[in-house]
Ligand binder design. Structure first.
Ligand code: NDP
Length: 281
């Protein structure tokens, strides 16, 4: 099954699965650790080999969980981590990355993202990203929570082209990016990573979602994921700490939504008609 998972091409030609695994809230409780590691490893078994983490999550604890899950399997994983805005200066970003590598128990991060915009000029963060690539500590870099105006500022920098992906909030209740941000990223050849694709569980129980799920003999979470993954250049990164959720999420890739499903979902969760400022969690 792992080999069958749909892949998305990043700007440098690297292929990554359209469905990855998030890790926010992992690493917070010692008692949950074994289950979290097992869930991530099950995801790897199923081909969900893109793992998204961040130095912020559990103050580095999530990276340690990911490190344990990757133990002996590093080559299978496309590893994404993020630097906090307060650590995104030329000097601090290098140290932050090295700290992440230590917690992750690896010598490189495949994609390193600026978590959101803070007070540090983009030019400094970009300089640090280039230095980290030169030193082999990261393979590619990108951003998160940046709207079109921020992205335009970034790509206007010298050497600013090369953002591999923009990771943003996207699900049925957060469709603002469809108006301008998603088309902008598409035009500029960068992938979009959809975080909180099931709105951290708050989407579950919506009657329209239930109706569509019933038609497919699927769960509401699966429909929410299949809907996000309908785009050829969007990677969904649900977080699942339970094996049953991991299995369910993988199966969402096999659901083909019909025109009738899309119409029902559009009626319940209308697409944007005008610019909406990018939301973030
Ligand atoms: P999600 O929308 O992925 O929701 C996660 C919640 O949904 C968990 O409680 C999980 O439960 C539950 N869940 C997962 N699969 C199922 C299922 N099949 N059926 C029912 N419930 C399910 O929210 P997140 O905010 O975690 O977003 C995903 C990832 O995106 C994060 O973990 C993080 O890696 C990234 N992210 C990035 C941000 C950024 O600023 N760049 C911001 C927010 C998230 P359980 O764990 O018990 O299985």
């Amino acid at each position: 099954m792992a080999r069958d998972i749909r892949q998305i091409r990043l700007p440098d030609g690297t292929m990554v699965p359209a469905l990855g695994q998030g890790t926010w809230f992992m690493g917070e409780k010692r008692s949950a650790r074994a289950a979290e590691v097992a869930a991530l490893r099950r995801g790897l078994d199923l081909g969900m080999t893109l793992i998204d983490t961040a130095e912020m999550y559990a103050d580095g604890g999530a990276e340690e969980v990911v490190g344990e899950a990757m133990s002996g399997r590093r080559e299978e994983v496309f590893l994404v981590s993020k630097v906090l805005p307060g650590n995104a200066s030329r000097k601090r970003a290098i140290k932050a990355c090295e700290d992440s590598l230590r917690r992750l128990g690896t010598d490189r991060i495949d994609l390193y993202l600026l978590h959101w915009r803070g007070g540090v000029p983009f030019s400094e963060t970009l300089e640090a990203f280039h230095a980290l690539v030169r030193d082999g500590k990261i393979r590619a870099w990108g951003v998160s929570n940046l709207d079109v105006d921020d992205l335009e500022e970034w790509v206007a920098l010298a050497d600013g082209n090369g953002i591999a992906a923009n990771q943003v909030l996207y699900n049925l209740t957060r469709r603002g990016i469809e108006f301008d941000l998603l088309p902008w990223c598409r035009r500029h050849g960068m992938a979009t990573m959809a975080y909180s694709p099931i709105e951290q569980g708050r989407l579950l129980g919506h009657p329209t979602l239930t109706a569509v799920a019933d038609r497919h003999g699927a769960t509401e979470a699966q429909i929410a994921l299949a809907w996000v993954m309908r785009h050829p250049d969007v990677i969904a990164i649900p977080k699942a700490g339970r094996l049953v959720h991991v299995d369910e999420n993988r199966a969402a890739l096999d659901i083909v939504l019909s025109a009738e499903d899309f119409a029902a979902l559009d009626a319940a969760f209308p697409p944007p008609r005008r610019k909406r400022a990018l939301e973030m969690l």
